[in-house]
Design a protein around this ligand. Structure first.
Ligand code: FMN
Length: 178
């Protein structure tokens, strides 16, 4: 395979490709949504997830104060709204109203679920040691919801700027992983 040098500024576009998710937070009766692609699984059970959230985002202050969020996983049907939530700030606007998304109450946390997402993970922040340096919150999923009707979710995978891959094709390979 012939290779060429890749600018370091583009490295993220190769590794970022977990599903873009919508993180909801809530404080003082107001809820917010932001798009997030920089996340990683850290443990199976209880499920731990590392989330990189910039301190420039309104969601950062909500998450830091409340230590609760929901990771909602959108699919192609709400791609425009997903990108919209990633390009506007909820500091002054209600993104649920702006993007026509529906909030429903979570069981374990105050942040709402997004109805239109096929999966919703209710989370509590369990480790903030890397927040100041990297904006990295380690969250524990304390309750998880899935829509069984969605068999092959067409999740959105950010590959830089305005570009996304859409998942959906499933294959089986032998593996010892869970
Ligand atoms: C596809 C996509 C992925 C994003 N991923 C992240 C991310 O991982 N971390 C982050 O801090 N911001 C990320 N953003 C940017 C935030 O979603 C954006 O700054 C948003 O406006 C923050 O909203 P808020 O100010 O209401 O919290 C992403 C945006 C897009 C469009």
């Amino acid at each position: 395979m012939a290779k060429k040098s890749l600018p370091l500024s583009k490295v993220y576009s190769l590794l970022e490709s977990g599903p873009t998710v919508l993180v909801t937070t809530a404080r003082n009766g107001r809820s917010n949504i932001m798009a997030m692609s920089w996340h990683m699984m850290i443990d199976f059970e209880p499920p731990l997830v590392g989330c990189v959230i910039s301190d420039q985002n309104y969601s950062y202050s909500l998450l830091k104060a409340t230590k609760e969020c929901v990771i909602n996983i959108p699919t192609l049907e709400i791609a425009e709204q997903t990108v919209g939530c990633g390009n506007t700030t909820g500091a002054k606007t209600d993104k649920f109203a702006t993007f026509g998304l529906t909030a429903s109450p979570a069981k374990q946390v105050r942040a709402p679920l997004i109805e239109e997402c096929y999966a919703n993970l209710e989370c509590r922040v369990v480790d903030t040691k890397m927040v100041n340096k990297y904006g990295m919150f380690v969250v524990e999923v304390v309750k998880a919801w899935i829509a069984p009707s969605v068999k092959k979710p067409e999740t959105l995978h950010h590959i830089g700027k305005e570009n996304f891959m859409v998942a959906g094709k499933h294959i089986k390979l032998k593996s010892k992983m869970k």
